[in-house]
Design a protein around this ligand. Structure first.
Ligand SMILES: O=C(O)c1ccccc1NCC(=O)[C@H](O)[C@H](O)COP(=O)(O)O
Length: 269
């Protein structure tokens, strides 16, 4: 299974890093950081759609996407274009990312920054905070519930925000049981890589008011943002389209596409 392989590789890489940078040292660095930026405030439902813009060099499904020699510059262009948060893919083997990318981005932008990786250990969470991340991704499909709970609690203890990613009604139940405040529905099947832009719309009614709803993946055109926003997305997470096109112009066109009459949060929900 692709997700299991990606997670095993990410954990192995973290274990290698831990040989030269032990857990206690990373924890000290994490605790010495200034407080995390408030991602819930930045992403809370508003009269316009919000975008998490991703720094993504490559992916298992699409291969090489963009070189991105200066990830901090890419992120600052996202900030200029109107993004509400930045996602940095730090997985090394298939996405070509790194913790150095994350650190470069967090020190350049003032927006909340997500560590997007296959996080399965406390060490990886501490690394994220030590690099200045404000959010960390937890993928329900990749984690046993006990581990998910522990990591979710640790992320909150560190003052960060967990983005809990789901792909089905069952996974959504797990995320809601955790008390997650920020829940993503990823259109990309992580085993087959098939994209299902309607998955978000089929699941969204199960997410209660008060939880921020994030539609992840498969936005290639402004109409895809309109589609997610019409279905009830508060936030859309976008990678490929932003790294392969002009980041500022693309973001602006996507934000405009999500800004239509009646697109605001449903007060009756
Ligand atoms: O992007 C992939 O191929 C992929 C494969 C396996 C696990 C995760 C993968 N991507 C991570 C993401 O969730 C996306 O980078 C993110 O949602 C943005 O998607 P997109 O806008 O479609 O690039």
């Amino acid at each position: 299974m692709v997700l299991a392989d990606l997670t095993a590789g990410a954990v192995e890489d973290a274990e290698r890093r831990a040989l030269t940078r032990p857990m206690a040292e990373v924890e000290r660095a994490a605790l010495a950081r200034p407080a995390a930026r408030d991602a819930i405030a930045a992403l809370s439902p508003a009269s316009r759609v919000k975008i998490i813009a991703e720094v993504k060099r490559a992916s298992p499904s699409r291969g090489a996407l963009a070189e991105i020699p200066d990830p901090a510059l890419q992120a600052s262009l996202y900030e200029t274009g109107g993004a509400s948060a930045i996602s940095v893919l730090t997985e090394e083997r298939r996405f070509g990312g790194s913790l150095a990318d994350l650190e470069a981005v967090t020190s350049r932008v003032s927006l909340p920054v997500l560590r997007k990786d296959f996080i399965a250990t406390p060490y990886q969470v501490l690394e994220a905070r030590a690099a200045g991340a404000d959010l960390a991704l937890l993928i329900v499909a990749g984690l046993e519930t006990k581990v998910l709970r522990e990591l979710h609690a640790l992320i909150l203890d560190l003052g960060m925000t967990p983005l809990v990613e789901t792909h089905s009604a069952e996974e959504l139940e797990v995320a809601l049981d955790l008390g997650a405040s920020l829940i993503g529905v990823n259109a990309r099947n992580l085993s087959t890589f098939e994209l299902d832009r309607d998955l978000f719309g089929r699941l969204v009614d199960r997410i209660p008011a008060g939880v921020i709803k994030v539609a992840e993946s498969a936005v290639l055109a402004p109409s895809d943002v309109t589609h997610y926003r019409s279905a009830g997305a508060d936030v859309v997470l976008i990678g490929e389209a932003l790294v392969t096109g002009d980041p500022v112009a693309t973001l602006q066109s996507f934000l405009a596409a999500g800004d239509f009459e009646g697109s605001g949060p449903d007060e009756s929900a």
